[in-house]
Design a protein around this ligand. Sequence first.
Ligand SMILES: Cc1cc2nc3c(=O)[nH]c(=O)nc-3n(C[C@H](O)[C@H](O)[C@H](O)COP(=O)(O)OP(=O)(O)OC[C@H]3O[C@@H](n4cnc5c(N)ncnc54)[C@H](O)[C@@H]3O)c2cc1C
Ligand code: SF4
Ligand code: SF4
Length: 941
Amino acid sequence: MSSKIPALKSIRSELSKDWNGIWDNSALAIGLYATDASVYSEDPLAVAIPKDIDAFKEVVRVALKHKTPIIPRGAGTSLAGQVVGNGLVVDSSKYLKKVIEINAKEKYAWVEPGVVRDELNFELDKHGLYFGPETSTTNRCTIGGMIGNNSCGSRSIVYGSVRNHLLELKFIGADGKEHHIGRGIKPDPFVENLCNKLKGFLDDQTLAEIKAVYPKSNISRRNHGYALDCVLQENGELDLCKLFAGSEGTLGVITQAKINLSPLPGKHQALLCLMCSSVDFALKTNISALNYNPTASELIDDNIIRCTENQIGQQENRFFIKGNPGAILVVEFCEEEENILEQKLNGLTKEVVHLGLIADHSIVQGDDMNRVWNLRKAGLGLLSNIPGDAKPVAVVEDTAVDPIDLPAYIQEFNVALQKRNLSAVHYAHAGSGELHLRPVLDLKSDAGRKAFFDIAMDVALLVKKYRGALSGEHGDGRLRGYFIKTMYGERIYKLFQDVKRLWDPEHLFNPGKIVETPHPIENLRFSVHYHKPELNTGFHFRQFKSLQGAVELCNGSGDCVKSEIIAGTLCPSYQATKDEKDSTRGRANILRRTLAKGNPDLNNPELKKALEYCISCKACKRECPSNVDMAKIKAEVSYQNSKNSFKLAQWAISRGYGVLLKARALRAPASLLFPLLRGPLQISSKRSAPNFSFEAIPFIPSKSGIWIYVDEFTAVESPKLVIELQKITQFLKLDVGILPPFESARSAISMGDLKHAKKLIHNNINLLKKYEVNELIGIEPSAYLGLKEEWLDLCGDNHLKLCQELAGKIKGYDSFLLEHFSDHGTPKFNDLESKKPIQIHEHCHHKALVGKPQVQEILKILGYQEVETLDSGCCGMAGFFGYQKKNYQISKAIANNKLLPKIKQDSVLIAAGTSCRHQIKDLKNRKALHPITFIHRTLGL
Ligand SMILES: Cc1cc2nc3c(=O)[nH]c(=O)nc-3n(C[C@H](O)[C@H](O)[C@H](O)COP(=O)(O)OP(=O)(O)OC[C@H]3O[C@@H](n4cnc5c(N)ncnc54)[C@H](O)[C@@H]3O)c2cc1C
Ligand code: SF4
Ligand code: SF4
């Protein structure tokens, strides 16, 4: 590595003065870009993030001149270590996102490499067109990365892989110049030389050997080695695009791609979900399904089905599961004619019932189809959600065989695992003979690493026996290049080396991939240098055993690096800055590296930078398929650091509302004091003061055991809500009491003041013991949801059972009211509070931990017609975070990303979060009403 440092300096200094990009070789950048979604990790030399295509070309050219290895990178979601290596990482995902041309008539588009596949399809939809190849990562993966990996997905039965849709390419070759390739494009001398030499390699004997050792011709998914089997066309010419697709950045750097577009899929669509007793039955069902020309046939096994039971984001997607299936085959049909769709659904169902292959089935249509696909796609991430060091590992996760061979192959595969006392999860693309099989291995142990290699070799030999593909879609990367000799023999491997040398004589384009790959257990994330630190943590980490266990849930899948254009909230800070350091993945990567040092300095500058903009919104807890809970992790890190350096501001913020709550009379002086607190607490001058209110909150006893829980934020800023809520419950003729206010511990948790949080929780539980509690109704989401979340991991073992009982009894005012309004057959209100359209912004914690739009449902019951719950992401205020001077800009950027542009001029705006209402007031100059106030007014109470 050290010999490359002078080269790096030369590259940096040779880049033109006005080079438009970011050059970063800080420890933070190195840590962020050392890994992808694979099990590999190796420090790059530096990271370049060009801001336009000229800057991209320039940095590649200069790096080549200085003989520095280049690792082209898109979203970094590769599963085999394709973007891991000791070179200059050139990231195209942040700025190179231009759709250069869409030609709807001739059905093609020219795009830059950083364009995200789903974002492109949003554009194409306007033209009735579609880029067919897909991956489970389509909402963040880039076209450059898709070409690099020759990606394909669930619908590959119809659309094939990227190779089938790549028409032309512009790329920087080893000479540092841009070249244009594609069928019918006149080759320049550089390209002509490549073609002539390549033709020389592909003599009849070699072509015959390729035909004999490559996967069977009907296995369309094949991503192992170079695609020399399809580069030669019938007219004797070479189609270099076919070779470039799947070459993993080893032949050159793509600057533009011309891709083929397809018409939108048939408008009559349905999923036939077939409940089978076992994987074997499902794979036999798959053979029947393929006779009906489906657009996809996908397997979900019982491990995944079980994992979704406890994943908050997936529970609502389980609606189509019937009984207790051992496996589900999801078969998709898209037809132009409705009656053809009916015939196929009925025909296949009858056939598989007759063959005794299924126990039950369900048919899913419309928007619900996305929910089924969400569950299927989340499979991989969900599997990481297993406590402990052993995790399902990507090692043999991507083999493809002829679908007819699949049942027999899988049986042998499982026997091979059993021999080594292993088992695997089975899911994905049964229709094209590919299952993602992940054995559970502990890569932190020598035995686990040995098993990793042994099972990879066993499976390579098994796939060879079936003449399958060792990789169907995920590619070779650092993982599978080693096995090319085993699969194709020495001569073909040597041919690959010749191809690489021809295109890249100095081995500068993504070296160590496909050829000259290091041994597969080199540079694993969890290597022999990995340590487990002994930390006395504030949280118990009851589920994942340690802080490290909670951090290592992140497998790098990259669901948290999708842009604001894509639905959902994850991750608001990344969406605002598009910096890897501000994504959940970036944070987890820096933390994992820090903790693995054994005696970690959790106050290191890299970690501080990575965590600074995490607003503890908990979107990751819901939307990350592994449920990484960065809010909790950040609180723990702050706690660990506060043990060594006590900060007055942290203390004041953690306890401020508690003080105000106890000494309610203090609120008037606090309002007056607020301007004086701006300096010491570093509050932005652009922030208005909170509205402290003095309305008294009575204690009202309850015989029914149903109580309103009055948290500190509601009591100090909006006590009126308590009274209004109680009146609404009276209207519903319910006996609901009001408890004396108590502090939820939210501020203490956010500030990492975990000792104090524990004390509060302990006292709260003791207080609640004094009352007969059957139901608790919460108002402020961040406060009452803490009882379902952090309290359970902060309370002592002696209180755990009680705390779990309380967690089962607490619900939001919205869930509570929705139950009772619908129960009572509430009449519609003619005299509505407003005739304007209503827009609801839900609090982040509500989105993350509850999810359902209950306020919208209540308002519809009350008679409002135009009610919309916004896909508004996070408001960016996040308690005290948005008040702080240093966070004002990012707080504003987050709000501007999703929430503020969605607010209509003439709407009634409703928001349950105290912070959300404050943010809307400060940045939009609009008053958002609390749902309770709005309902209260509607009822005319
Ligand atoms: C949960 C999960 C599910 C997945 N499911 C699928 C699936 O269904 N199907 C599938 O095919 N893959 C799948 N993948 C793998 C991966 O997401 C895809 O291959 C994806 O297309 C990679 O895109 P990316 O932008 O992340 O590329 P990266 O990972 O950044 O790069 C991929 C390759 O392309 C090269 N590359 C990137 N840009 C350029 C460029 N400008 N010039 C030359 N080379 C370049 C890189 O060097 C690398 O070799 C999955 C991954 C995960 C984590
Ligand atoms: S935090 Fe979650 S979504 Fe993000 S990369 Fe890690 S596992 Fe994937
Ligand atoms: S808590 Fe929110 S801001 Fe922090 S990492 Fe998770 S999604 Fe991102």
